[in-house]
Ligand binder design. Structure first.
Ligand code: COA
Length: 183
């Protein structure tokens, strides 16, 4: 990727026009990625090839993203999340990582980075996550599962299944049964 950094570490994608982005210099970004306006990519993020990152996306430190991933506008991917190849993430999806979040400790001091438990989330190959879904911490979404729009995913989702709602539950017919019916 053709990225240049100014002296404040602000990165600019060199395209037809200037797009404001903040990409940490330690982030590794693969070939043929398209990164839109107002994206922030934090320290030690690893992103594969052919990844599209929509407007306003936030990718927290250490997040790993595979190849051919499409990330819609305003998605937040926090620390502890790994996304494998060929995953679709709809606009406004939010991944979480702290199951019991609090701003301060019992003594009233603001919590620091060691004062909470980061639970890891894994999104396996080929998964699609519908717009505006929230993924609770410590979840595995297995291969090719489809999560409906607006879902709150509170437990792991098995491969090739379709789940939606709040809380997200497995539904039939699955996405794949439906598209097979049509063909
Ligand atoms: C999950 C999904 C794939 C299911 O599609 P489908 O199998 O064709 O589902 P249908 O439209 O036949 O709906 C079946 C039932 O589930 C309900 N339903 C469908 N999607 C739902 C969702 N996301 N949340 C809650 N209920 C949903 C419908 O209201 C319907 O209920 P009813 O039988 O009581 O009327 C689809 O609805 C969806 O959410 N796709 C994601 C869209 C998206 O976010 N795209 C992002 C790019 S813009």
């Amino acid at each position: 990727m053709n990225i240049s950094f100014d002296n404040k570490g602000i990165a600019y994608f060199q395209g037809d026009f200037r797009r404001n982005q903040i990409i940490d210099e330690s982030a590794k970004i693969g070939k043929n990625c398209k990164i839109w306006f107002w994206v922030q990519i934090r320290e030690n993020v690893i992103i594969g090839d052919n990844v599209i990152i929509g407007k306003g996306v936030y990718i927290d430190e250490g997040v790993k993203i595979g190849n051919n991933v499409k990330i819609g506008n305003n998605v937040s991917i926090f620390k502890g999340v790994t996304i494998e190849d060929n995953v679709f993430i709809g606009p406004h999806v939010c991944f979480t990582n702290d199951k019991y979040p609090k701003a301060v400790n019992d003594d009233g001091e603001l919590k620091g980075s060691d004062d909470w438990e980061c639970l890891n989330t894994l999104v396996k190959e080929g998964v699609s996550i519908g717009a505006n879904s929230t993924i609770l911490p410590g979840i595995v979404i297995e291969e090719y599962a489809v999560i409906g729009a607006g879902s709150v995913v509170t437990s792991s989702v098995i491969r090739y299944s379709t789940a939606y709602g709040n809380p997200a539950r497995r539904k039939w017919p699955t996405y794949y049964e439906k598209i097979n019916e049509k063909s």
